[in-house]
Design a protein around this ligand. Structure first.
Ligand SMILES: *Cc1c(COP(=O)(O)O)cnc(C)c1O
Length: 472
C-alpha cells in the first residue's frame, strides 16, 4: 500500500478507533478513582519539545503516541483538577467532536453542512429561550469567547455609532465602559476595532469585585469630557479572576437611560442560567442586547464552542453586511442558514453537534445538575477555607471559582503563595492556578469536575500545609 492508501484504509481506522476508545474509557475510569495518575505533570518546555521531535522520527505506533499524549496532558477528568475554567467534556460531546472532524463539513454555506447548520439553530434557540429572550432573538455559535466578544462589540458599533464605520472608517472617538476586573479580551477587542487605549474605560469594582455601579456615571462623564462617544457597557457575568457577577439589572437601567448597548460577557457564568438554584446570578440577562456564553467553560463541551446571542436578529445580520442595511430589510428574508454571513469564520467546525449531544442527553437537566453541583461544591470548599485559620478566603464565591491564600506569621505572603503554587505544580497531585487581587497573590481554583469531593478539598489544604516552603 502507498502512504496515501494506508492513510485512508478503513480497516486500520476501525482498529485504531477501537483502540483509542478503549484507551480513553480506561483513562476516564482511572481518572475518577485517582488510582495511578497525577492530575498534572510539569515538563520543561525544551525537554518536551526535544522529546516530541524524537517521537516524530521514531516510527512509534500511532496508538502508543495517543497513549503518551493522554498520559502527559492535564487530566481534566481527575477530581484534583481545579485549574483554569474549562470543564471536563462529557464523552458523548467528545465523540461528536470526532464525528465533526471526520466529516469536516465547512458550515460556511448551508449546503456544506446541512445537519450542523440546522442543529446550530436548534441549540441557539434553546439557549436564547433559556436566557429569557423572546422570538426576536438570534445568534450563532462561534470559535471561543474572545472572538464572540469582538463580534458582539462590532454589532454594538454598527448599531450605536453615528457614522457607518464599516464603510467609511472612524472619524469620532468611541468608547465603552467595563469593569476593571473584566477579561482582557474586551480590552483587546477595543484595540482591534481601532478605538485605542482610551476606548476602554475601566470602572472600579466594589469589595466583591463587581463593577461598582455607583461609579458608572462618573466614569461615563470622564469619557465624554475627554471627547469620547460612549456607545456600550460590557457587564461581566462573571469576572474571570474571582467569578464575580456584575449587577445586570443596574447596568441595563443605566444603558436604557443613556441609550447605550448592553453587552454581557457571560463566557464563564451565563451558564448559571441553567441552574434553578443559581440562575438569580444572571437576573436581567435577557435585557442585554448581546450575550456571550462558552459551552466549554461550564457546560461540559469540548473547546471551543461559544454561543453569541442577540436580542434582535437584525443586529446579528448587519455586523458583516457589505451592502446597506435597507437591502436586508427589503429582501425580507434573512437567510439564517447561510452562517458565514453572520459569523467571523468562513470554514467552521460542526461545534453545534457537541453542544447538541449534551442537550439531547438531558435538556436542561444535565446542565442544571452540573452547574448547581459545582457551585455547591465551591461553597463547601469556601466554608472549609474559612474554618481553617491557616487560610484566608479572598471573597465569598458566587460561582465555581474560589480564591484563597495561605497565611503564615509575618512572612511575605506573596512570595509564600507563589512558591506554594510552584510546589503544587512540581508535585502534580493537584492542578490549581493563581491570580493577583489588589496586588496580592492568591491561589485560584475553578471547581469544574463534578466528581470532586469534600475529601479532595481537605487533601488539597493538607497538602498545601505539608509542602509549604520555608520563607526566610
Ligand atoms: C474565558 C473567558 C473569556 C474568553 O473566552 P475563550 O473562549 O477562552 O476565548 C472571555 N470572558 C470571560 C469572562 C471568560 O471567563
Amino acid at each position: 500500500m502507498s502512504f496515501l492508501e494506508k492513510a485512508y484504509d478503513a480497516e486500520t481506522f476501525r482498529q485504531q478507533g477501537h483502540a483509542l476508545i478503549e484507551l480513553l474509557a480506561d483513562h476516564l475510569s482511572t481518572a475518577y478513582s485517582k488510582n495511578d495518575r497525577p492530575a498534572f505533570r510539569w515538563e520543561d518546555p525544551k525537554d518536551a519539545y526535544e522529546k516530541w521531535a524524537a517521537v516524530l522520527q521514531s516510527g512509534q505506533d500511532s496508538i502508543e503516541t495517543f497513549d503518551q499524549v493522554v498520559r502527559e496532558s492535564v487530566q481534566l477528568h481527575h477530581p484534583h483538577y481545579m485549574g483554569h475554567q474549562i470543564s471536563p467534556p462529557t464523552p458523548i460531546s467528545a465523540l461528536a467532536g470526532l464525528l465533526s472532524d471526520f466529516l469536516n463539513n465547512g458550515m460556511g454555506v448551508y449546503e456544506m453542512g446541512i445537519p450542523g447548520t440546522a442543529i446550530e439553530r436548534v441549540v441557539i434557540r434553546q439557549v436564547a429561550s433559556q436566557m429569557g429572550f423572546g422570538p426576536q432573538a438570534e445568534g450563532i455559535l462561534t470559535s471561543g469567547g474572545t472572538l464572540a466578544n469582538l463580534t458582539a462589540l462590532l454589532a454594538a458599533r454598527r448599531a450605536k455609532a453615528t457614522e457607518n464605520v464599516w464603510r467609511e472608517g472612524h472619524s469620532r472617538k468611541l468608547a465603552l465602559l467595563v469593569s476593571e476586573e473584566a477579561h482582557y479580551c474586551v480590552d483587546r477587542a477595543v484595540r482591534i476595532m481601532g478605538w485605542g487605549e482610551g476606548g476602554i474605560v475601566k470602572v472600579p469594582v466594589n469589595d466583591r469585585y463587581q463593577m461598582a455601579v455607583s461609579n458608572l456615571e462618573s466614569s461615563f462623564q470622564i469619557a465624554i469630557n475627554a471627547g469620547y462617544s460612549v456607545i456600550a457597557v460590557v457587564g461581566s457575568a462573571c469576572s474571570t479572576s474571582t467569578g464575580s457577577f456584575d449587577d445586570l439589572n443596574a447596568l441595563a437601567d443605566f444603558c436604557a437611560e443613556k441609550g447605550l448597548w448592553l453587552h454581557v460577557d457571560g463566557a464563564h457564568g451565563a451558564a448559571t442560567t441553567y441552574s434553578k438554584k443559581y440562575k438569580h446570578l444572571v437576573d436581567g440577562l435577557h435585557r442585554a442586547d448581546s450575550v456571550v456564553m462558552d459551552f466549554h467553560k461550564m457546560l461540559l463541551t469540548p473547546s471551543v464552542t461559544t454561543a453569541l446571542i442577540f436580542k434582535r436578529a437584525d443586529d446579528n445580520y448587519r455586523i458583516f453586511a457589505q451592502r446597506a442595511q435597507y437591502l436586508w430589510e427589503q429582501e425580507g428574508e434573512q437567510e439564517w442558514y447561510n452562517l458565514a454571513r453572520r459569523t467571523f469564520e468562513c470554514t467552521k467546525t460542526m461545534m453545534s453537534l457537541k453542544a447538541f449531544m449534551n442537550l439531547q442527553t438531558g435538556t436542561p437537566a444535565l446542565y442544571d445538575e452540573y452547574v448547581t453541583r459545582v457551585i455547591d461544591l465551591s461553597k463547601s470548599f469556601a466554608h472549609l477555607i474559612k474554618e481553617d485559620p491557616n487560610f484566608e478566603l479572598a471573597v465569598e464565591p458566587d460561582c465555581n471559582i474560589v480564591c484563597f491564600r495561605y497565611l503564615k506569621g509575618d512572612s511575605d505572603l506573596n512570595a509564600l503563595n507563589e512558591s506554594i503554587r510552584a510546589n503544587l505544580v512540581e508535585l502534580g497531585q493537584f492542578y490549581i492556578v493563581k491570580t493577583i487581587l489588589r496586588g496580592q497573590v492568591y491561589l485560584r481554583t475553578t471547581i469544574s469536575n463534578p466528581f470532586t469531593r469534600i475529601e479532595d478539598f481537605n487533601e488539597l489544604l493538607e497538602s498545601i500545609k505539608a509542602t509549604q516552603p520555608v520563607i526566610s
